[in-house]
Ligand binder design. Structure first.
Ligand code: PLP
Length: 445
């Protein structure tokens, strides 16, 4: 029998829960609660069944209630529910780290565990700063992010992040010594592009200008999402990441790819790095590694970065960093089961095979009401809607709400709708999603 919380919204006290990244007052006037999920669909408490257009929040590519993952967690919780993360561990943590190392780009084979994307980002930034310091390059303290980048909500993450709203209230807390290179989106040059835009590689040269401004030996690391997800699927121009890589290599700067969205198949390869043919020095991951079932994340480092820490007396702790729940047994069980399921079902190849289906389906919306741009890469796409005069964000909000009636759980930020369907979706389900979005676009004002 499936457990269920109250299905009766009227009996719930909605006030105490302060919801994250949510218009709390608006929501509580019109609450929408999810009761259950199976495969690529959610069922709401009012009985509506909706297609999971964004795989949760980019985190459930294998669909919900996956029998293998559910079984693995059930077995794990009855055998070892928790194991201290410091000075002790359990086999699952080592097994999962080894599995991830095998999937990672060549030479990136040391894995640190966290519980979220935000923690992964702050961990990667700390590793980068500490790496230079232990090698005697104590001046290398500057960090460089990118406009419109999203790197979670930790202090490090919002400091290198480039979404203005996420920083505005916290300017006094931001880490000093951080610059941002420009984002790569330019509507007039790349509107309706399919896959990687051909314009924009030269924007990487802004990094070179910062190197010249501050001095090459002051910059510790550059962090970018290979494909900017939260800003609305902003796809790297051809040649752009290659140029960032070569400037970093030339000046001893570490390149961090934040692969919290792009890791584990979203762009048709294990990591965005492999799809795009550019290998960074550190990779952050989270989300899909446990199919969203248990919070989890981590950082993959080049071996040389890890080894640089392994120099003091062997009984001394090398990195004063970690979390009570790093390598949690439940997360490791979920992670191993997710990788097993991905391998056995060829899920990442399936993601790659669905990419042209999603591209065709989404670009067929060109010319529909309110559509200002459509972009896609991997199994991800975004549709920009023209904002309503004087009411930014309202049109996409209306589309989101109409979507629920039409059978879609859409994701929107600002006036952008983003989709990233589960890899288990069929081509017909993806086409149907686009057909339903078309209907929504005709329905909204
Ligand atoms: N980095 C990227 C690229 C993300 O997309 C996200 C979340 O969407 C994060 C970091 C933060 O992850 P979390 O919400 O698990 O802290």
């Amino acid at each position: 029998m499936r457990h269920s919380w109250s299905m009766n919204i009227a009996s719930l006290d909605l006030a105490p829960y302060w919801m994250p990244f949510t218009h709390n007052r608006y929501f509580k006037q019109r609450p929408k609660l999810i009761a259950s999920a199976e495969g690529a669909y959610f069922t709401l408490t009012d009985g509506r069944r909706v297609f999971d257009c964004l795989s949760g929040l980019w985190c459930t590519p294998l669909g919900h209630s996956h029998a293998r993952i559910v079984g693995a967690i059930q077995r794990q919780v009855s055998q070892l529910d928790y194991s201290p993360a410091f000075q002790m561990s359990h086999a699952g943590a080592f097994e999962l780290a080894a599995r991830i190392a095998r999937l990672a780009p060549e030479g990136m084979n040391r894995v640190f565990f966290t519980n979220s994307g935000s923690e992964s980002v702050d961990t990667a930034l700390k590793i980068a700063i500490a790496y230079h310091r232990i090698r005697g390059e104590t001046n290398r303290t500057r960090l460089i992010g990118r406009e419109m980048g999203y790197h979670g909500v930790g202090i490090g993450g919002i400091s290198v992040g480039g979404l203005p709203n996420n920083r505005a209230m916290f300017t006094s807390m931001l880490v000093p010594g951080i610059d941002h290179i420009p984002h790569t989106y330019n509507a007039s040059k790349m509107r309706f592009s399919r896959g990687q835009p051909t314009w924009g590689a030269h924007l990487a040269d802004e990094l070179q200008k910062l190197v010249e401004k501050h001095g090459p030996d002051t910059i510790a690391a550059v962090i970018v999402e290979p494909m900017q997800g939260s800003a609305g699927v902003i796809v790297p121009p051809r040649g752009y990441l290659e140029r960032l890589r070569s400037i970093c290599t030339q000046h001893g700067i570490l390149l961090i790819f934040d692969e919290v969205i792009t890791g584990f198949g979203r762009v048709g390869a294990n990591f965005g790095s492999q799809r795009l043919g550019v290998t960074p020095d550190l990779i952050t991951f989270a989300k899909a590694i446990t199919n969203g079932v248990v919070p989890f994340g981590g950082v993959i480092a080049r071996q040389a970065i890890h080894d640089a820490f392994m120099t003091g007396p062997p009984h001394a702790i090398e990195l004063f960093h970690g979390y009570t729940y790093s390598g949690h047994p439940m997360a490791c069980a979920a992670g191993i089961a997710t990788l097993d399921a991905m391998e056995e079902t060829g899920a990442i190849a399936r993601s790659a095979a669905l990419e042209p289906v999603l591209e065709e389906a989404m670009h067929s919306l060109r010319g529909e009401p309110h559509v200002a741009d459509i972009r896609n890469f991997g199994l991800a796409a975004a549709v920009d809607l023209t904002p309503r005069e004087g009411q930014p964000g309202l049109r996409a909000l209306e589309a989101f709400e109409r979507g629920l009636d039409a059978g879609l759980l859409l994701r929107f930020t600002g006036d952008t709708l983003a989709v990233g369907p589960p890899f288990i979706a069929s081509p017909d389900e993806i086409r149907e999603m686009a057909r339903l979005i078309r209907g929504v676009l005709h329905d909204i004002k």
